[in-house]
Design a protein around this ligand. Structure first.
Ligand code: PRP
Length: 187
């Protein structure tokens, strides 16, 4: 299935991204996740901690589907640079502003790939003594794990293909696409 773009975005159309999850499917699934999280955290006010940049679209939709109050913060973690392969390096380049002590923290991530980012970040965050830490990942590419890691909430399990859109990028392009698409010839 082909994706339709505004005709002026020729460079996107030329790369022929292959549709994986259309926006309607994403919308349904994110609402289901939000309902599940609202049930699980009923009576509490979790701190949703987004990992920039990829999670910003997912975070925006997820919090608007919640039926409980929440706080929101972001942390900037860089692991890939401009490449498609994980470097294995995880750097916190912009720290969160809100204290985690005693709070129920729900990390919001766009994709779990090798698992390096989240497994290392969890170690750092637990030192700040939150009441609990869970992970909500929009996409899970389990075939590429280098360290064991299981998210508590997962939007979609995906094949070992390079995906873009809905916040996910390739060299900072494609984040604006409302659908999730696969790019050809990129490992
Ligand atoms: C991506 C993604 C995750 C991480 C997952 O971030 O957003 O944070 O890689 O990969 P891993 O499981 O192999 O560690 P990226 O560094 O591309 O930054 P971005 O979110 O700004 O696009």
């Amino acid at each position: 299935m082909r994706v339709t773009f505004p005709p002026e975005v020729e460079w996107v159309a030329e790369t022929k991204p292959e549709l994986l999850f259309p926006r309607e499917t994403i919308d349904r699934r994110v609402k289901e996740l939000a309902a599940q999280i609202s049930r699980d955290y009923e009576g509490r006010e979790p701190l949703l901690l987004g990992i920039l940049k990829g999670s910003f679209v997912f975070m925006a939709d997820l919090i608007r589907g919640l039926s409980i109050p929440c706080r929101v913060d972001f942390v900037r973690v860089a692991s890939y640079g401009g490449d498609t392969q994980s470097s294995g390096e995880v750097r916190i380049t912009g720290d969160l502003e809100l204290p985690l002590t005693g709070r129920d923290v729900l990390i919001v991530e766009d994709i779990v790939d090798t698992g390096l980012t989240l497994s290392r970040l969890l170690g750092v965050l637990r030192e700040r003594q939150p009441a609990s830490v869970r992970v909500c990942a929009f996409l899970d590419k389990s075939a590429r794990r280098r360290v064991p890691f299981t998210a508590d909430y997962v939007g979609f399990a995906i094949p070992d293909r390079f995906v873009v859109g809905y916040g996910l990028d390739f060299n900072e392009n494609y984040r604006f696409l409302p659908d999730v698409c696969m790019l050809k010839d990129i490992a």
